[in-house]
Design a protein around this ligand. Structure first.
Ligand code: 13P
Length: 251
């Protein structure tokens, strides 16, 4: 079901105590407010269980920022989708460009991660998006199409209906350069068109597609007013309650 979603991605920020404070303060700020979007926070792995136990997860969903591409076993340092689910988290961010770029996440690995996330009842927030060279060469549509065709477009109709897509142009992440409203809307409409072609019009209408990349309290309302932008995946601005709440309130 298509929903408006504002999801925070804390990345590698906040100690456990700081993260708990942020989550509980956000929970207090949102309690008794009528929300026009679902709210999710993507915390570091070690925060998940404590955060999930300290907030009302009906008000704020909890997301991991990754999970393993293997089910279980001798994979030192890895965290499985089942482990993530057992913390009380309901979502997992997969395919973030930082993981693709710095940790060698290939489409093949991402296919395993998405499959394991779904098998364990997690909702993947699946990221795609092009680098600046690709945008400068005006090849962003073909690039994003390929990212989707190699991964989530291979899912069954039933599985695809459970995922959320996030378009995050790499050149807009953490740079303060937001894609213009037109660029973001154009790409999200393009992605929705691809979903319609692959899975049918109803699926396209029912898929939540988020924009991410320097989304903040100032630009969120204009972005979220676009017909194909169903919310945001927020990095830096999710680390302060007031900033994140202002983005939530943009709906
Ligand atoms: P910023 O909002 O800090 O640009 O980060 C976006 C992002 O990568 C969210 O996943």
């Amino acid at each position: 079901m298509r929903k408006n979603i504002v999801a925070g991605n804390w990345k590698m920020n906040k100690t456990l105590q700081e993260g708990l404070n942020l989550a509980t303060e956000l929970n207090a700020a949102l309690a008794d407010t009528k929300l026009n979007c679902d709210v999710v926070i993507g915390t570091p792995f070690i925060h998940l269980a404590s955060v999930a136990a300290s907030i009302d997860t009906k008000v704020i969903g909890v997301a991991a920022q990754n999970c393993a591409d293997k089910e279980s076993g001798a994979y030192t340092g890895e965290i499985s989708a089942a482990m993530v689910k057992s913390t009380g988290a309901d979502y997992v961010i997969l395919g973030h460009s930082e993981r693709r770029e710095y940790y060698g996440e290939t489409s093949e690995k991402l296919n395993s991660k998405v499959a394991l996330a779904l098998a364990n009842g997690l909702i993947p927030i699946y990221c795609c998006g092009e680098a600046l060279e690709v945008r400068n060469a005006d090849e962003q549509n073909a690039y994003v199409k390929n990212q989707l065709e190699e991964t989530v477009f291979n899912l069954s109709t039933d599985d695809f209906s459970k995922i959320v897509i996030a378009y995050e142009p790499i050149w807009a992440i953490g740079t303060g350069v937001t894609a213009s409203t037109e660029q973001a809307q154009e790409m999200l409409a393009f992605i929705r068109g691809l979903i319609a072609y692959q899975f049918g019009k109803d699926m396209a209408e029912n898929t939540s597609i988020l924009y991410g990349g320097s989304c903040n309290a100032k630009n969120a309302a204009e972005l979220f007013a676009q017909p194909d932008i169903d919310g945001g995946l927020i990095g830096g601005a999710s680390l302060k309650v007031a900033d994140f709440k202002a983005i939530i309130d943009a709906f």
